[in-house]
Design a protein around this ligand. Structure first.
Ligand code: S3P
Length: 168
């Protein structure tokens, strides 16, 4: 039996990495965090890639990695928040697996991302404004997911269980 990949998408701070790890453990599947794997292979941080080569270069690395992972089966993949910006990435996720979108209230996103030094897009003087602007722009993209889960008042475990119930 073939098992399709599960791709977790959604805005920064919605819990993709922690929920993805928990979900993979729950389902006994392999877990891949795309941002982490890109940093590991490039031997530097995402902030550094953005600063030195620019966002477009990061998006190419991200797209290539997604193409590689889509050849696999039965993985839980936590994607970077901007994966949906390229319509080809959305098409690939849907054809090779289930696209699951995590969401959260903007104030919760702000709180969860405040301590992160590794989110260059939110390194601005008004992160709340930036979050609102990016969320509005990306809403129709995240909305294309097969399954949507609001993690605002969920623990990591609860969110993972909610996904596994919806996927079953
Ligand atoms: C990005 C989200 C980040 C990372 C990069 C760009 C985005 O991932 O890929 O900083 O465009 O939303 P997380 O969503 O895991 O923070």
């Amino acid at each position: 039996m073939t098992m399709k990949n599960i791709y977790l998408v959604g805005f920064m701070g919605t819990g993709k990495s922690s929920v993805g790890r928990e979900l993979a453990a729950l389902l006994r599947r392999r877990f891949v965090d795309m941002d982490e794997l890109i940093e590991f292979r490039q031997k530097r941080s995402i902030a550094d890639i953005f600063a030195k080569e620019g966002e477009a270069h990061f998006r190419r690395l991200e797209k290539e990695l997604l193409q590689e992972l889509s050849q696999d089966q039965a993985c839980v993949v936590s994607c970077g928040g901007g994966i949906v910006l390229d319509p080809a990435n959305i098409a690939l996720m849907k054809s090779s697996g289930t696209m699951v979108c995590l969401s959260a209230r903007p104030d919760v996103i702000l709180e969860r991302t405040a301590s992160s030094g590794n989110r260059p897009l939110l390194h601005v003087s008004d992160p709340a404004g930036r979050i609102a602007e990016l969320l509005a722009r990306r809403a129709p993209l995240y909305g294309q997911a097969d399954i949507c889960i609001d993690t605002t008042s969920f623990s990591i475990r609860q969110a993972a269980e909610a996904i596994s119930r919806k996927i079953a």
